[in-house]
Design a protein around this ligand. Structure first.
Ligand code: NAG
Ligand code: NAG
Ligand code: NAG
Ligand code: NAG
Length: 644
């Protein structure tokens, strides 16, 4: 009992003293923030003027800064704007910051902030940017934003916010950007957003929002330009989802579970330029606003082409259920620059109008069995990149001239032979870094498991800057296939079962030095032989710098004939795969074996000798004994004589 009293007395005593210390400290010695953190003068983001930058992180002695209410701002004789960041220093409560009229940016990223003192920023009225990203806030209240009416940017992403009250943001009349990404919001906080009359950017992505309802009042959010609702649980879009005549330019609704989009839903937009509805479950088409330039509709279940407006520049309709190309009588693709319709069920490419500005066309993973004859310079005068990967193409033949920079034809599972003149009509286009006209193009023809042969004339009349024919089933490659010296951007021949005979010596002599010279030596790592027997898996670089034409040597020739005839060389005897180490090891083993045998023989022999000697000794002892018995008397006399 006594002890208990004593202890509580001690506690009280300590407490009072502690308080006392705290009070004097707060009055007398505020913590100079630059004694604990890094302070420097740097140019601001737009690099138009200098700012005083304060950076406190977990590496600084920040434990003593506690709630930040006892810090003293650094002297700032030049009156620079202050930007301060308190990152990952384990704050759980945010204190009221001491007065300052130069602070423009405050960041409290990655702390464990759950609560804050009332009006924490009321003495820093010049604040423009505030980030409380990656904390544990469950709610915000209006007094978090007292007296920072000129705040323009607020980042509350990665917290645990769920609900908002209508007045939470009432002070933020000048806020332009609000980031609420990755919280636990279930409903768009329509009323709380209402006072944000200057808002331009609103990020509500990665929450649990299931209903798309925005403020009905046309004045609210009338300045909103960018809205992201990606990664939520929205199921449908209806005509009344958006305010009438809104000014949204970029709308991201990707990665939801939208199935229904009402026909007229987007007609209330007067400025929409980019619409992302990718990764949803949309089956039926709907109208698009006339201002649209970028339409991302990938990974849905669309069976038909939506009607795109005249100014459309970028269309991504990949991974849908399209079985035909667009209907030319209803669209105008004069402005189209990028068209991605990969991952559909398109068989033909019958078009009659040219796409004058298209520079990227992706037709990969469709059902195209032969190269469409419309893929030519007349219809696609500006094409840079064409993708035909993953189609059931059996024969490669470009019927008409096509100029481009990059041609992708990977994963053509049905391609066995590339015939003469297959690529003769494909030509290069564009300029290199030095402004020189480029007449070569890059071809990626990789991962075709059945591709066994590329005929010598396949590239007659054209030239390549890059050739990737890795991961095919090729065993021979003709030196006359190309002017290899032009392909300075890389020649990838790896992962093919090359037959390492004299026919391939030129690869060692010409291609390998070029790969070294053009800094592409990584393309030699898996350039290996597939045959003849004994050479499987051996890297071609093994023969690099050999003085003789190594692959044409007798050893190889013998072996080659051996593979066909009766004579069979033992590959291991001459095989270059036997390293000196192996030889030394073998020699050691043999020597030790010999020594062991010699030892055994010696031991056996000596043992035999020993036994013979033993037997002889035994016999001798016996005869001696016999002698002593007979001459006992004589011996006694003899010894007596000795004693005397
Ligand atoms: C998408 O819709 C199809 C039928 O229209 C349905 O079978 C599928 O489960 C839906 N997918 C999702 C993710 O809702
Ligand atoms: C690869 O080529 C060899 C002949 O060179 C052939 O026997 C084999 O079937 C081919 N593999 C495939 C997957 O087509
Ligand atoms: C290869 O790299 C070296 C040094 O990194 C550079 O000097 C040389 O110009 C490069 N060669 C080519 C052809 O890019
Ligand atoms: C090949 O020889 C050249 C010079 O003769 C040398 O610079 C290079 O390092 C050698 N390469 C290999 C892989 O041995």
């Amino acid at each position: 009992m006594l002890l208990k009293y004593f202890l509580s007395f001690l506690f009280l005593f300590k407490h009072v003293i502690g308080q006392d210390e705290l009070v004097t400290e707060s009055v007398l010695n505020l913590k100079q923030v630059c004694d604990y953190c890094t302070c420097s003068e740097i140019s601001d983001i737009e690099s138009s003027h200098l700012v005083l930058n304060i950076l406190c992180s977990e590496f600084d002695r920040t434990a003593e800064l506690s709630d930040l209410d006892k810090i003293a701002w650094p002297p700032n004789p030049n009156g620079l704007k202050i930007s301060a960041s308190f990152e990952g220093i384990g704050l759980s409560t945010l204190g009221k910051l001491p007065p300052n009229s130069q602070v423009e940016t405050l960041k409290f990223i990655n702390n464990g902030i759950k609560t804050y003192w009332p009006d924490p920023f009321s003495d820093t009225p010049t604040l423009k940017r505030l980030s409380l990203s990656q904390n544990d806030l469950v709610e915000v209240t209006p007094d978090l934003f007292t007296n920072i009416d000129y705040l323009e940017e607020l980042d509350l992403s990665y917290n645990k916010l769920q609900n908002f009250n209508p007045f939470d943001f009432k002070h933020l009349k000048h806020l332009k950007r609000l980031n609420l990404q990755s919280n636990q919001i279930k409903k768009i906080p329509v009323e709380a957003l209402q006072p944000l009359v200057a808002l331009e950017d609103l990020d509500l992505s990665k929450n649990g929002i299931y209903d798309l309802i925005l403020p009905k009042d046309t004045n609210a959010l009338s300045g909103l330009k960018r809205l992201s609702l990606s990664g939520n649980r929205i199921r449908s879009i209806v005509k009344s989802s958006f305010p009438v005549d809104n000014n949204i330019e970029l709308l991201d609704l990707s990665n939801n579970i939208i199935e229904i989009v009402e026909e007229d839903s987007f007609l209330s937009f007067s400025n929409l330029r980019e619409l992302n509805l990718g990764q949803n479950n949309i089956t039926l088409v709907f109208s698009l606003p006339v201002t649209l330039q970028i339409a991302i509709l990938k990974i849905n279940t669309l069976y038909h082409w939506p009607k795109f407006p005249v100014g459309i520049k970028y269309i991504d309709l990949s991974y849908n259920r399209l079985s035909e190309v667009y209907d030319e009588s209803v669209v105008n693709f004069e402005s189209l620059e990028v068209l991605n319709i990969g991952g559909n069920q398109i068989k033909e490419m019958n078009i009659e109008k040219k796409l004058p500005n298209l520079y990227t066309l992706d037709l990969s993973y469709n059902l195209i069995a032969e190269i469409p004859k419309t893929l030519n310079a007349q219809f696609f005068p500006n094409l840079d990149e064409l993708r035909l990967d993953g189609n059931p193409i059996e024969t490669v033949y470009f019927k008409n001239i096509l100029a481009l920079k990059r041609l992708y034809m990977n994963e053509l599972n049905k391609l066995v032979v590339v015939d003469e003149k297959a690529f003769s009509n494909v030509v290069g286009r564009g300029m290199d870094e030095g402004g020189e006209e480029l007449n070569c193009f890059s071809l990626y023809l990789s991962n075709c498991p059945a591709l066994t042969e590329i005929k010598e004339g396949a590239f007659d009349g054209t030239s390549l800057c890059t050739l990737d024919i890795s991961k095919n089933n090729l065993s021979h490659l003709s030196k006359n296939l190309l002017d290899w010296s032009i392909a300075t951007e890389g020649i990838n021949l790896q992962h093919n079962p090359w037959h390492c005979s004299c026919d391939m010596q030129w690869v060692v002599d010409d291609i390998l030095p070029q790969l070294y010279y053009t800094n592409n030596s990584r393309l030699m790592d898996d350039l290996r032989c597939g045959s003849p027997r004994g050479y499987e898996g051996l890297r071609l670089v093994h023969w690099y710098n050999w003085t003789a034409q190594a692959m044409c040597s007798d050893v190889l020739d013998l072996e080659r004939s051996g593979a066909h005839g009766n004579f069979m060389m033992e590959p291991s005897s001459e095989s270059p795969r036997v390293s000196p180490l192996t030889l030394i090891l073998a020699a050691c083993i043999i020597v030790s074996l010999l020594v062991a045998i010699a030892l055994t023989v010696y031991l056996v022999k000596t043992r035999k000798k020993y036994r013979i000697r033993q037997a002889a000794m035994k016999r001798k002892r016996q005869s001696d004994l016999d002698l002593r018995h007979s001459n006992g008397v004589q011996k006694e006399q003899f010894s007596a004589l000795n004693k005397v």
